[in-house]
Write a protein that binds this ligand. Structure first.
Ligand SMILES: [Zn+2]
Length: 222
């Protein structure tokens, strides 16, 4: 069971996390989790380019090691990179030491101030350690790393719209409708550049881009 729209209660419990951006401007923040992988990530890049859209990719370190050329293309296309741990660990089920070490292992590859916990599940203790590490500069993006945001502060990014593309019981059309129905100014939308999500992603992504472009929205990096 999962909710398409993030509930207020969660936002209240984790106030330091980022759930959405400014509601006053017609900007949408597309995010892609779990890549980079060949073909699927390539499809996303090609589709974004067709709409002149920028996005943020929360990468798994292990996939960066396996597919460095795909990772490089994401950066060269001007998108932002986020840390999504090295092995896609579930925070609630992982002790702090293991979780932080795995996140830092990914960080050595991503060099970013953006982090998204896999499954959106992270303990408050883990947030606290990551935030303190960020202050001691582990998470600061080096100046020569172009596609990053100008802020050097650690941002733990959640979302306010979950496309449900990972749900193999969902039709591609329903996945598309999920996004259309719940997205507003400043929404952070989650898609996955994964094989499992591809049937729904392939259908929904170009349609979402088209729908909101026609409504005067732009798509930006976090
Ligand atoms: Zn993930």
């Amino acid at each position: 069971m999962y909710l398409i729209k993030s509930p207020l209660l969660l936002k209240w419990y984790y106030p330091s996390l980022i759930w959405n951006k400014s509601r006053t401007e017609k900007v949408i923040y597309l995010t892609f989790d779990d890549g980079p992988i060949p073909n699927v990530t390539d499809f996303v890049l090609k589709t974004l380019k067709a709409f002149n859209a920028k996005a943020t990719f929360f990468c798994i370190g292990d996939n960066i090691i396996k597919h460095p050329e795909v990772f490089k293309t994401v950066i060269n296309d001007g998108h932002a990179i986020g840390n999504h741990t090295f092995n896609h660990l579930k925070g609630w089920k992982t002790d702090d030491e293991t979780y932080i070490a795995n996140t830092l292992k990914c960080q050595s590859l991503t060099q970013t101030n953006l982090f998204r916990p896999p499954y959106g599940r992270i303990k408050k203790s883990q947030i606290k350690i990551l935030e303190s590490l960020a202050l001691s500069s582990e998470f600061k993006a080096p100046n020569n790393f172009k596609p990053q945001t100008s802020s050097s502060q650690l941002q733990i990014v959640m979302w306010d719209v979950l496309s449900g593309d990972f749900d193999t019981n969902l039709t591609p059309e329903k996945c598309y409708q999920n996004v259309i129905k719940h997205t507003e100014n400043g929404s952070i939308i989650v898609f996955h550049d994964s094989l499992k999500a591809f049937d729904r992603l392939e259908y929904a992504l170009p349609r979402v881009l088209k729908y909101f472009t026609n409504k005067g929205f732009t798509f930006s990096t976090l």
